[in-house]
Design a protein around this ligand. Structure first.
Ligand SMILES: Nc1ncnc2c1ncn2[C@@H]1O[C@H](COP(=O)(O)OP(=O)(O)O)[C@@H](O)[C@H]1O
Ligand SMILES: Cc1ncsc1CCOP(=O)(O)O
Ligand SMILES: [Mg+2]
Length: 267
């Protein structure tokens, strides 16, 4: 895949003109997500206060929202940011971490969905539950297979007019019309906390590069993680060394290698 919207083309453009990505993510993810964006070539900014989140969203290239460590004040910041991003025509990426776990989270995600996310990214358990299915998720961790979440993803994409990305052993992306599967990554990835959250932020970076092509942007971000994950796992001893090797692999990955090694198939 080497065209104007291939993962490598988008990565090259991201490196040439680093987008400012407004991330409202959780306390666990803030550091690793910022480092993932820097390694990939983007500019992260973690800004969540309700007093400034709206103002900041208008100047960023994209907004990402993650409910991992939610509070009422943070939710107000998320809503202000999403409204401002929407008004400014900036892409919004939503990560509904463990939304099925409590009533507070479920209600928060319902409100955030009303604000029109451009991309929704979750693990299989989160996507199944978001579409009203019976999910086996435990806290923030998935216990379902991506294949079981594909129909849920297509339904959500159509209902919300969004691109939906489901991650796991083989990732799945759909805009309700087109769909793709992305192979790669490593079994060590779910053993490092907040890598999914970091991926959500990276999707934000790619949507800032292609605001009019969220499906291609999501595919590019997932392919970047898949290839960098394989590179890091090839000589990692476990989750600890994988974690820093993954950052190094992201930084070392170039556009040509990404297009050469990405395994993206139409579904
Ligand atoms: N078994 C696996 N094999 C390969 N890659 C995986 C596996 N599980 C998760 N990943 C990758 O880990 C990253 C985070 O996905 P995931 O673990 O599903 O998210 P979350 O952390 O939100 O639960 C994605 O790039 C995904 O492709
Ligand atoms: C452990 C934990 N607890 C609340 S948010 C969070 C991080 C979840 O990260 P991810 O969804 O990427 O596994
Ligand atoms: Mg997650």
């Amino acid at each position: 895949m080497q065209d104007q919207n291939s993962p490598g083309t988008l990565l090259g453009e991201l490196r040439a003109q680093p987008p400012l990505v407004h991330c409202i993510t959780n306390f666990v993810a803030m550091n690793i997500a910022a480092n993932v964006l820097l390694a990939a070539g983007a500019s992260p900014a973690m800004v969540h206060a309700e007093e400034e989140a709206g103002e900041f969203a208008a100047i960023a290239g994209a907004l990402t929202i993650n409910i991992g460590t939610l509070s009422s004040a943070w939710l107000r910041g998320m809503q202000a940011a999403a409204r401002a991003a929407g008004q400014a025509g900036k892409p919004i990426v939503l990560d509904p971490v463990a939304h099925y776990a409590t009533g507070f989270r479920r209600a928060a995600v319902d409100r955030l969905l009303e604000l029109g996310p451009t991309v929704i990214r979750g693990n299989a358990s989160e996507i199944i539950a978001l579409a009203g299915g019976a999910s086996r998720g435990q806290g923030v961790d998935s216990r379902d297979d991506v294949e079981q979440a594909e129909d849920a993803a297509r339904l959500l994409a159509r209902v919300h007019g969004a691109t939906v990305a489901v991650t796991g052993a083989v990732d799945f992306v759909t805009d309700g019309d087109r769909a793709a599967r992305i192979e790669g990554g490593s079994v060590l990835m779910p053993q490092v906390t907040a890598l999914g959250c970091s991926l959500t932020c990276l999707i934000g970076a790619f949507t800032a590069i292609r605001p009019g092509a969220p499906f291609e942007a999501a595919v590019a971000a997932l392919a970047t993680f898949a290839v960098a994950g394989e590179m890091a796992a090839s000589n990692a001893d476990g989750p600890g060394s994988f974690s820093w090797r993954f950052l190094d692999a992201l930084a070392a990955l170039d556009a040509a290698r990404l297009d050469r090694d990405a395994r993206v198939r139409a579904a």
